[in-house]
Write a protein that binds this ligand. Structure first.
Ligand code: RRO
Length: 311
């Protein structure tokens, strides 16, 4: 049994990795992911300059998941690009992802120009779905804006690029977003980011759990698995076959990863539960997925990827 996968022509020893934002904001965290069983890593979404993010408390966990309104705290574009360039020299066998999330189109374009001109040989994930920057709506919910962004990006960007999408909830929205995405030479689409602007409250103290935005924040964890699977499946049914899918959302165990792959994911990312358990989680998840595949008689993820049956 092998957990290897291929995405946009790049090979990975393991089909699981962190989701952007989780335990990937510092070089210490990133080294922990690199030294884990994960097949790759993605860096915290970067802005051109370092950012403090929103006031604390800004992330809280509950039994079935978590809420966050981090507000894009990060060490700045150069910090993550330098880390990735160093990794390329010290660990040339692993391909990594750089996530960028400018708060304007201009910021995204300036970061992508720097990636284009750098020696970075990995994949770039353009985050179009941060729900937590006050006054900045999620680009992924404005279909004209998505088209505007991708047209501007692909006018000059020649390295492999994917987009991180927010969850969609209507089949017409899947039709509309994929009609746009299919016009561009995307390497991958990553679905989903957190379910934006949920609210978790403490009934005892009658108070919200996090401070920014009056308590509203992105929901992750077990709460969002059905939405994540639906998005992976709906995109797999509509995207050009050349665009790979990264499945993210609600992964707590090996069966959850199996389900994402069954819906069409070539790579599966772990967010909330990685936050709870740390990078050793990839040992457990690898063992669980291997056992599930062996019991079902599957040798590789290609044997069942996208093969979900309907009634
Ligand atoms: O930093 C955040 O608040 C954040 C980002 Br950029 C994102 O894409 N998704 C999320 O849940 N939080």
């Amino acid at each position: 049994t092998t957990l290897k996968t291929t995405l946009a022509g790049y090979k990975f020893d393991n089909c699981m990795m962190n989701a952007a934002g989780i335990r990937c904001a510092t070089v210490t965290d990133l080294a922990g992911l690199r030294d884990s069983r994960a097949g790759s890593l993605v860096t915290k979404s970067a802005t051109p300059q370092p950012r403090d993010g929103n006031p604390e408390p800004r992330m809280r966990g509950l039994q079935y998941g978590c809420i966050n309104s981090m507000g894009l705290p990060n060490h700045g574009f150069d910090y993550y690009l330098n880390f990735l360039l160093e990794e390329q020299k010290s660990h040339p066998q692993q391909t990594n992802f750089m996530s960028i999330a400018g708060t304007t189109l201009e910021d995204d374009l300036s970061m992508l120009k720097q990636i284009q001109e750098s020696a970075f040989a990995g994949l770039t994930e353009l985050n179009l779905s941060c729900p937590n920057v006050p006054g900045k709506p999620q680009v992924g919910y404005d279909f004209d804006a998505v088209e505007r962004y991708l047209t501007a990006v692909f006018a000059f960007f020649k390295k492999p690029l994917g987009v991180k999408l927010p969850p969609y909830f209507d089949l017409m929205h899947f039709d509309q977003i994929t009609a746009i995405l299919n016009q561009y030479p995307l390497a991958f689409v990553n679905s989903i980011n957190s379910v934006g602007n949920g609210l978790m409250i403490d009934p005892e103290s009658e108070t919200v759990l996090i401070k920014p935005k009056g308590g509203f924040g992105g929901i992750g964890g077990a709460y969002i698995k059905p939405t994540a699977l639906a998005n992976v499946r709906a995109l797999a049914q509509r995207l050009n076959p050349g665009i790979a899918i990264i499945g993210t959302g609600g992964v707590q165990n090996g069966m959850d990863i199996f389900e994402h792959i069954l819906c069409g994911a070539s790579m599966v990312q772990v967010g909330t539960q990685l936050g709870f358990e740390g990078p050793k989680i990839f040992n457990r998840l690898s063992q669980e997925l291997t056992r599930i595949m062996a019991a079902k008689g599957y040798d590789s993820i290609a044997d069942f990827r996208g093969k979900l049956k309907t009634l």
